[in-house]
Design a protein around this ligand. Structure first.
Ligand code: ADP
Length: 686
């Protein structure tokens, strides 16, 4: 931009210089014209002299000489119409006089009878270049003489001084023929030379203008001229490119100097202001460093508004930080309290599986102080066969978005050799780009032991129930047989009371037989469990309906079955399940005709079956109890039964990994529902 501006400025300066030069040329033209017209006026006054008109040249001569002295005129000549000098103010008295130095002038004056300004010519007496003005001496219309006055070119040169032409300026004046009359530089050498054709042609065409040309040195230049229409003379100024260039360099120099000065000033100011800013900002250092120290901060008022604002912001930030830090500390303390009071071992690992946190429970469970555990690899607490699984879980926990994984049964390692069962859950957290894994480990030794003991006692109990019911069957059958024989063969020998007693004994024995049968059935659910196979539930229900044929006929029960699915299960047990539920529906109906509806719906994972009846219903307070063994809500007289049916159902459903529940309205009916997974998931065999 500076270069572009400079160039523009230079262009403007150049055209301004040309304009100024044109003005000066006009002023010089005007001054030269005034000079010549002044002489002309003097001559015209002399031409009216009575002596001259009377032809008394003797009397006119001293007058003329007198005037020459008063005026700055080289000479005054009086010539006849042929140019012969009659009076020459520079000639000595009696000296023979020659012809006028500029016969053209004389001729022109005679021809035009008007004043004429000559070109440059060489004076006959002075032998110097002269310029003349000629006027006619008229008597009426007749031209008597021609009166001329000459001036030396120096007089024109003086005009240059008046017009304040400086030494460097090449200023000149050309006469009507284009001859150099005066020049500001090396005047003598050039006077009398005729201007080039280019110039003379241009002058003829217009009164003023600018011509570009090349100087003898080969440099470019401009010729700025002005021609006076009154005198026909031309003033000119030559502007060389070199002068313009000098001007340009002068401006450039000034500009550079100004730029350097303002740059220096700006740098100085920047230095001072920068120092001021630095000192002010430095004042923020100590408060900024004290941020987060927890101490209240004070920042003094600072002289720079923005820095002061930052200072106040630091104070505010410190307040916020103090609140946050104390909250963090409280949170941390709370967290630590939770960690330390947790019943389970909590261990945090970095991404390289190195322990970074080991709570007191962990120290207790693994019998290893925290300071020994921290920094060591977690694998020292995991039996080798679980290492792969551990790495697998750490990898998985990284992919998971939820905080905790499912607890997994695994084993822990104490003192490098002592294994114990544990339940582990994994989670991970990303803290400033680093991953930390947290393991929550529960020592389940006691629970596992209790479970094992429970299982053992369960098995013993089942064994006992099986053996008892099985072994009781034979003596029971014998008792039954004997009592029947007694009733049949000795009826006539027994009294009425004895017959009644025998009948009661028969009833009790039958009931006992039923009880042992049911108990055996219950015990067999696990002891005679068959592997799961695909079971068509529609078939199962049809088989149950056939088994219940007598009961259905007796009661007139109506059984409707919707479309039922096939699923993986133990067919015998599913028959038992439907048999118990449907037979209960028929049994617990009082006087009504039983109406039983069997249906199934499905969700994502399970089939959900319903066995709905229109029976007596079950009060909701009994819903939990009825699934227990031997639990009955009625007496034998009301409804016969052993209280084992629903507990068998529950065990079958447990084995199929499903759920069993009911909804019921007393007096209107019950709906027993159970779910069975669509895919094979065999439950515990106990
Ligand atoms: P049981 O039928 O041999 O008594 P269950 O275990 O099958 O034994 O039933 C337990 C008790 O639940 C029954 O005594 C009865 O009171 C009640 N119960 C079972 N099914 C129904 C039903 N469909 N409607 C009403 N009550 C029922």
């Amino acid at each position: 931009m500076a270069v572009a501006l400079l160039y523009l400025y230079y262009e403007r300066e150049s055209s301004e210089l040309v304009r100024q030069s044109a003005n000066k040329a006009r002023a010089i033209s005007f001054a030269v014209g005034r000079e010549l017209v002044g002489i002309e006026t003097v001559l015209l006054a002399m031409a009216g002299s009575s002596n001259l008109l009377a032809g008394d040249l003797e009397a006119f001569d001293p007058q003329a000489r007198e005037i020459v002295r008063g005026q700055r005129i080289a000479n005054i000549l009086l010539v006849d119409l042929h140019g012969q000098q009659l009076i020459n103010t520079r000639a000595k008295p009696g000296e023979p006089l020659g012809m006028h130095g500029d016969p053209e002038l004389v001729k022109n004056v005679v021809a035009t009878r008007r004043p004429v300004i000559s070109g440059l010519f060489i004076g006959t007496v002075t032998k110097r270049p002269l310029v003349s003005v000629g006027v006619p001496v008229l008597r009426g219309d007749e031209v008597l003489y021609v009166l001329t006055a000459s001036i030396l070119p120096e007089r024109i040169g003086e005009i240059f001084i008046q017009q304040q032409v400086d030494d460097e300026e090449a200023v000149g004046v050309l006469d009507g023929t284009g001859t150099v009359v005066a020049r500001s530089q090396d005047g003598e050498a050039n006077i009398g030379l005729v201007a080039s054709r280019l110039v003379t042609d241009a002058i003829k065409v217009s009164e003023q203008g600018v011509l570009a040309f090349t100087t003898a040195d080969g440099d470019g230049a401009q010729f700025v001229y002005n021609r006076s229409p009154r005198t026909g003379w031309t003033s000119y100024i030559i502007l060389t490119d070199e002068r313009l260039r000098r001007n340009f360099w002068r401006i450039l120099g000034m500009l550079m100097a100004a730029t350097a000065m303002s740059l220096t000033a700006a740098l100085g100011m920047a230095w001072v202001i920068g120092g001021h800013i630095t000192r002010t900002i430095k004042a923020l250092g100590p408060p900024a460093l004290a941020l987060g120290s927890g101490k209240p901060l004070a920042v003094p008022h600072l002289p720079i508004l923005e820095v002061n604002d930052v200072g106040q912001s630091i104070v505010k930030a410190s307040e916020i930080l103090n609140v946050a830090t104390s909250a963090l500390r409280t949170g941390e303390a709370r967290m630590r309290a939770i960690l330390e009071s947790a019943m389970d071992a909590i261990i945090t690992l970095d991404d390289k599986q190195t322990i970074v946190l080991f709570n007191s429970a962990a120290a207790r469970v693994f019998e290893c102080p925290a300071e020994q555990a921290i920094g060591s690899p977690i694998t020292r607490f995991i039996p080798e066969r679980f290492h792969a699984r551990h790495h697998d879980y750490v990898g998985k926990s990284r992919e998971r978005t939820e905080v905790f994984g499912e607890p997994e049964i695994a084993a822990g390692l104490r003192h490098g050799h002592e294994e114990f069962p544990v339940e582990v859950s994994y989670s991970h957290v990303v803290e400033s780009g680093a991953i930390f894994h947290t393991l929550i480990i529960r020592d389940v030794t006691a629970r596992e032991r209790a479970l094992a003991a429970l299982e053992r006692s369960n098995q013993d109990l089942q064994q006992f129930a099986y053996v008892a019911s099985h072994d009781l069957k034979t003596p029971l059958r014998s008792i039954n047989g004997f009592v029947q024989v007694l009733a049949k063969n000795y009826a006539d020998k027994l009294d009425e009371k004895a017959v009644l007693l025998i009948q009661r004994t028969q009833d009790a024995a039958r009931r006992l037989e039923q009880l042992t049968d049911d108990l055996l059935l219950y015990a067999r659910i696990s002891s005679e469990a068959k592997p799961f196979a695909r079971v068509d539930c529609a078939e199962v229900v049809q088989e149950v309906i056939q088994l219940l044929d007598a009961a259905i006929n007796n009661s007139g029960a109506v059984i409707t079955v919707e479309k039922l699915p096939s699923l993986p299960g133990d067919r015998t047990q599913l028959v038992q399940l439907f048999l118990n539920l449907i037979s209960n529906g028929i049994k617990y109906c009082r006087d009504r005709t039983p109406v039983i509806h069997v249906s199934a719906i499905q969700d994502d994972q399970n089939w959900i079956f319903s066995v709905q009846d229109n029976g007596i219903g079950i009060d909701s307070k009994h819903h939990g109890r009825i699934f227990e063994v031997f639990k009955r809500l009625h007496t034998q007289q009301e409804y016969p039964g052993t209280g084992i049916g629903l507990s068998v159902c529950r065990r079958v459903i447990d084995r199929h990994r499903g759920k069993l529940w009911l909804t019921s309205v007393v007096g209107q009916g019950s709906t027993f529902k159970f779910s069975i997974p669509k895919a094979t998931v065999e439950g515990p065999s106990t």
